[in-house]
Write a new protein. Structure first.
Lengths: 361, 525
C-alpha cells in the first residue's frame, strides 16, 4: 500500500472550511492522548480545559479579554500575510504600542481630561506602526528579510520596556518594584458591561476591526490590490500596483493594530506598565491568523479558540495540576495541524493498495 | 546485445488505453499509440489536447489512472523520471530546467550519477555534442548562451543516458529557422542510429517535413494516425481542431497619426542576466501593425516593460504616446491615454492564476475603467456586478471556452486564457496596443482568432505593436517588421519587402550584420 498526494484541479472550497475544523479535532485527540500518557483522565482534562471555562460568566469575560488582542493582531497580520509580507514581530509592536500609549498616563499623570484615553489609543497605534516601519523600511530599501528583522525587534522592544520600567518610568512610590505608576481612572479603558464583568472595550475594537477589514478585503480596490500583490508581484505591477508601497501598507496596518492591542491590554486589563505585559499574544496571533484562514471573520472565531487555550491552561494548572505550559503545547499542536490539513485544500490523498503486476516479481 | 527477430518487429513503445483523470476531467482518455524503433513520430494537438499529460505519463512525471504502457514487449510501470531514464526514455522539456549561474558541464552533471567526475562528464558531453552536430562548450556559463544553445544542453543531457526514445516538447518554438534546421539534422542522425523520437508540435509544416508518422490528439482522445507526408497542412489542422481554421484576412489602411514614438532610448539591464536596450528608436502610426521579430531573450521582455511603463525611464521625452511624453509615467497613466498591453507570460503577469476571470479583468482595467468598475468615492468599492458583466462580454466576444460562470484563470487552457487576456484589452478599443508573443503556446484555432483580432483592431484605426518569435505569425499580421537582436532594434521594413531568410539573418545578430553587406547597408540607412 502506498499513499499518494494528488493535486486537485482547483482548490477545494469544502476543505478550506473543513481543514481548520479537522485540525481542531486532531488537536483535541492528540491532547487527550498526551493527558492519558501523563496518567490523567483525558476526558476530565479536556473538559477542564475546553469546556468548563465556557460555563461561567466571569470566565466568559476573561475569554473576551484574552481574545481581544489576539483578534486585533490576527486581523492586522492576516492583511500583511495576504500581501506576502511576513511580519513576525507583532509581539514587539504590541509592546511598543503599550509603551507609547502609556506615555500620557505615566509622564503627565496629573493631566485629567476625557481626551486622555482617545489620545492614548492613538499614540499606541502610532507607536506600533512606527515600530513596524523599521522592518518595512529595511525590506523596501535594502531587501532585508522581514521575517528575521521583525522577529529580532521583538526582543529589542521587550528589553526597552524592561529598561524603562526599572529606570525612568518606575513608580516612585512603588517600593522599588519594577512597575510603573497606576493609571488614573480616565486613562483606563472602561468595561463593556460593568455589572456583568470586567471585559473591556478592546473586544469591541477587535470585532469592529475585523468587520471593517473584512469589508476592505472583499469589496474595495485596496483589498484587491493586497490579494493581487500577495499572489503575484509581477501581475501586481502590471495592474499598476506598487509592491514597495504594499510593504509599507502591510507593516503599518498590522503594526498599528498590534500597537492598539498593546495599549488596550495595558490600559484595560493591567492598569500600569510592568516588564511582562503579554503571555506571547503577538506570536499566538500568528496562529490565530492562519487558523482563521487569513479571513477577518474566521479570525474572530480562531481568536476565541486560542483565547480559550490560555484560559484552559490556567484552569488545568489549578484543577488537574499540570503546568500551564500546556497552553503552548496546544497552540503548537494546533498550528502544526492547521498547516498540514491545509494540504488537503490543494491535494487529495489517494491510498493505493498494492496491485498485482503481471510478470513482475 | 542481440535482439530476437520478434523484438525487432515489435514496437519500441506501445500504449494501450492510457487514461489520466484529474478529478472527473479526463485529460487523456483511452490513448493508443505505437512508436517503432528508428522513427520520428509526431504528436500533434491543440493546447489542452492532452499532449503534455500523455508525455508526462510516459516520462513518469504523472501516473496513469488506467491503461498500459508496454516497453519492448513488457508491461511496465514508470514511477518516476529516474525510472523512465533507466528504461531508456529521455525527455527535452519545452521550458528548460537549467541553472543560469552554472556552467554547461555542471548543469549536465547535476542530472547524472554524483559519482562520475565533472571532468569526465564534460569530456563526454563535448564529444557527444560534436558527434551530433550540437557544438557546446562545457565550460560556458548558461547565462551567456542563446536559447538554441540552452536547448542543446538539454538534448545532450538526454543523450548522455543513451536513450532509445527521446521525447521533445515543442522544440522549435524558441529557435530561429536556421537553428531549427540544425536541430532537424540532429534528429535525422538519431533516427539513423535506430533511436526513436517522439516529437510534439503544433507546427504543421515542420511535422510534414521531418516526421515519419503522426498521432493527432483532440480533447484527450486520439483523432487520427497518419503519415504526415501524405497529408496537407489543412488536413492535419482539421484533425487537430476538428474544423477548418479560419484564414486570417487583412487589408492595409492608410497610416494615420503617430501613436507611439520611442526616440534613441537606451536602458541598462536591471538584473545580471537581463538584456540592456541600446538606442531603441521606433514610430508606430494609427492603422499600422509593427511586428518586432527576434529570438527569445534578446531584449523583448525589457522592451515590453519600457513600452508598458512597468519599468519607467528617467528620460521622459524618450517615450511618447499620442504625442505626450510618458517615460516617467507608469502603466496605469499610459492606459488612461488609451494604451493597452498584453504581456508574454499569462500566468502571474497578464493574469493571476488563482483568481477568477472577473478579478483578472479588473487587474488590467482598475484605473482605465474606474468609472464603470469602482464606486464609493475614495473608498474605491468594486462594483462586482459590472465587472462580471464586462467579463461575460469579453468571453462571448472572443469565444473563451470555460467551465462555469467565472472560473479561476488557471482553470482555462492556454489558448482560452490568452483569448481572454487579449479580449480584455480589445474590449477597451485601445488607441495603441502593445502585445508580446500574442500566440505563444496557443493552439491553432485560438491563434488565428487572436491574429484576426489584432488586424481588425489596426484596421479600425489603432496602432499595434506585436513582439513575436513566430515568423509565420509576423508575416500574417504585420504591416512593418523590425528585428530585435541583443537589445538593438533594426529599422522597420515594410512587410512585403522582407523574406523569411532575411529576417532569420537579422535575428542571428551582430556577426551576420558584419558579413552581410546588404543588411549592414540597410542598417546604416
Amino acid at each position: 500500500m502506498h499513499i499518494e498526494l494528488e493535486k486537485r484541479a482547483a482548490m477545494s472550497p469544502a476543505f478550506s472550511i473543513l481543514s481548520p475544523l479537522l485540525a481542531l479535532a486532531l488537536t483535541l485527540v492528540f491532547g487527550a492522548i498526551m493527558f492519558a500518557m501523563l496518567g490523567k483522565d483525558p476526558v476530565a482534562a479536556m473538559s477542564a480545559i475546553f469546556v468548563e471555562p465556557l460555563l461561567e460568566t466571569w470566565s466568559l469575560h476573561e475569554l473576551a479579554i484574552k481574545a481581544a488582542p489576539l483578534i486585533l493582531m490576527g486581523v492586522g497580520l492576516a492583511v500583511c500575510y495576504r500581501s506576502n509580507n511576513w511580519n513576525i514581530g507583532a509581539e514587539g509592536q504590541f509592546t511598543i504600542g503599550a509603551i507609547t500609549g502609556s506615555y500620557l498616563p505615566i509622564v503627565f499623570y496629573d493631566w485629567h481630561s476625557p481626551l486622555v484615553l482617545p489620545l492614548m489609543l492613538l499614540l499606541g497605534a502610532l507607536g506600533g506602526a512606527l515600530f513596524a516601519a523599521i522592518p518595512a523600511m529595511l525590506k523596501a530599501h535594502f531587501n532585508t528579510n522581514e521575517i528575521l528583522t521583525s522577529l529580532m525587534l521583538v526582543y529589542i522592544a521587550q528589553l526597552f520596556l524592561d529598561w524603562l520600567i526599572r529606570g525612568a518610568w518606575r513608580d516612585p512610590k512603588g517600593f522599588n518594584f519594577p512597575v510603573s505608576r497606576d493609571f488614573a481612572p480616565e486613562a483606563v479603558l472602561p468595561a463593556i458591561w460593568e455589572e456583568s464583568g470586567r471585559a473591556h472595550w478592546a473586544f469591541i475594537f477587535a470585532i469592529v476591526a475585523a468587520g471593517l477589514t473584512w469589508f476592505m478585503m472583499r469589496y474595495t480596490l485596496k483589498g484587491f490590490e493586497i490579494t493581487v500583490l500577495g499572489q503575484s508581484e509581477r501581475a501586481g505591477r502590471f495592474a499598476g500596483f506598487s509592491s514597495k508601497k504594499m510593504i509599507w501598507f502591510g507593516f503599518l496596518f498590522s503594526g498599528a493594530l498590534a500597537g492598539l492591542a498593546g495599549i488596550c491590554e495595558v490600559s484595560g486589563s493591567i492598569n500600569h506598565l510592568q516588564p511582562a505585559i503579554s503571555p506571547g499574544y503577538g506570536f499566538t496571533a500568528i496562529i490565530v491568523a492562519f487558523l482563521g484562514r487569513l479571513n477577518p471573520l474566521g479570525i474572530v472565531a480562531s481568536g476565541l479558540v486560542l483565547g480559550l487555550t490560555y484560559l484552559g491552561g490556567e484552569a488545568a494548572q489549578l484543577s488537574i495540576g499540570v503546568s500551564d505550559k500546556v497552553t503552548r503545547v496546544f497552540q503548537g499542536l494546533l498550528l502544526f495541524f492547521v498547516l498540514s490539513c491545509d494540504t488537503l485544500i490543494y491535494y487529495k490523498i489517494r491510498i493505493t493498495w498494492t496491485r498485482m503486476r503481471g510478470g513482475v516479481a | 546485445m542481440t535482439l530476437s527477430e520478434d523484438a525487432v518487429a515489435m514496437p519500441l513503445l506501445s500504449v494501450r488505453g492510457l487514461t489520466k483523470l484529474f478529478g472527473s476531467f479526463a485529460a487523456c482518455s483511452h490513448i493508443d499509440l505505437d512508436i517503432a524503433g528508428g522513427e520520428i513520430h509526431a504528436l500533434l494537438g491543440e493546447n489542452g489536447a492532452g499532449k503534455s499529460t500523455l508525455v508526462k505519463m510516459l516520462f513518469g512525471v504523472l501516473q496513469p489512472s488506467a491503461g498500459q504502457i508496454v516497453w519492448q514487449g513488457k508491461t511496465v510501470t514508470i514511477g518516476s523520471p529516474g525510472e523512465a531514464r533507466k528504461l531508456g526514455v529521455g525527455m527535452v522539456f519545452q521550458h528548460f530546467s537549467l541553472f543560469e549561474a552554472l556552467t554547461v558541464g555542471e548543469n549536465i552533471a547535476l542530472s547524472l550519477d554524483p559519482k562520475i567526475s565533472l571532468a569526465q562528464i564534460s569530456d563526454e558531453a563535448a564529444s557527444l555534442s560534436k558527434a551530433y552536430g550540437l557544438p557546446l562548450d562545457p565550460k560556458a556559463h548558461v547565462a551567456d548562451l542563446s536559447v538554441g544553445e540552452r536547448q542543446r544542453i538539454e538534448i545532450v543531457r538526454a543523450l548522455l543516458q543513451n536513450p532509445k526514445l527521446i521525447i521533445l516538447d515543442e522544440p522549435t518554438s524558441v529557435l530561429t529557422p536556421q537553428e531549427a534546421d540544425r536541430l532537424f539534422e540532429t534528429l535525422f542522425k538519431l533516427r539513423d542510429e535506430g533511436r526513436s523520437v517522439l516529437y510534439i508540435s503544433h507546427r504543421l509544416e515542420e511535422v510534414r517535413r521531418i516526421c515519419d508518422r503522426a498521432t493527432v490528439l483532440r480533447h484527450g482522445k486520439v483523432t487520427g494516425a497518419c503519415d504526415p507526408r501524405q497529408e496537407t497542412p489543412a488536413s492535419l489542422a482539421r484533425m487537430m481542431v476538428g474544423s477548418d481554421i479560419a484564414e486570417v484576412h487583412r487589408e492595409s489602411v492608410q497610416p494615420g497619426e503617430v501613436r507611439l514614438d520611442v526616440a534613441d532610448l537606451s536602458v541598462p539591464a536591471s538584473t545580471p542576466f537581463g538584456v540592456s536596450l541600446k538606442n531603441i528608436t521606433m514610430k508606430v502610426r494609427a492603422g499600422e501593425i509593427l511586428a518586432i521579430a527576434g529570438v527569445a531573450g534578446n531584449g523583448q521582455g525589457e522592451l515590453f516593460d519600457i513600452l508598458s511603463g512597468e519599468h519607467t525611464v528617467p528620460e521622459n521625452d524618450a517615450v511618447q504616446i499620442r504625442g505626450r511624453a510618458v517615460g516617467e509615467i507608469g502603466i496605469n497613466g499610459r492606459r488612461l491615454m488609451g494604451a493597452s498591453f498584453v504581456p508574454e507570460e499569462r500566468h502571474g503577469h497578464g493574469a493571476v492564476t488563482g483568481m477568477p476571470l472577473s478579478d483578472n479583468l479588473l487587474l488590467a482595467r482598475n484605473q482605465s475603467d474606474r468609472r464603470a468598475f469602482l464606486g464609493g468615492g475614495l473608498f474605491s468599492i468594486i462594483r462586482h456586478a459590472s465587472v462580471r458583466s464586462a467579463t461575460q462580454r469579453v468571453c462571448a466576444e472572443m469565444d473563451v471556452r470555460k467551465s462555469g460562470e467565472d472560473p479561476a484563470a488557471g482553470a482555462l487552457s492556454g489558448g482560452n486564457l490568452q483569448k481572454f487576456i487579449v479580449g480584455r484589452e480589445l474590449d477597451r478599443q485601445p488607441a495603441l496596443l502593445v502585445v508580446n508573443q500574442p500566440t505563444w503556446g496557443v493552439d491553432a484555432g485560438a491563434a488565428s482568432r487572436i491574429r484576426q483580432a489584432l488586424i481588425d483592431l489596426a484596421r479600425a484605426g489603432s496602432a499595434v505593436v506585436v513582439i513575436s518569435q513566430d515568423l509565420d505569425e509576423i508575416f500574417e499580421v504585420a504591416t512593418n517588421i523590425a528585428v530585435i537582436s541583443e537589445g538593438q532594434l533594426s529599422d522597420p521594413y515594410p512587410a512585403g519587402t522582407l523574406t523569411m531568410e532575411r529576417i532569420g539573418l537579422l535575428m542571428g545578430g551582430v556577426h551576420e550584420r558584419h558579413s552581410g553587406s546588404e543588411v549592414a547597408h540597410a542598417h546604416r540607412a
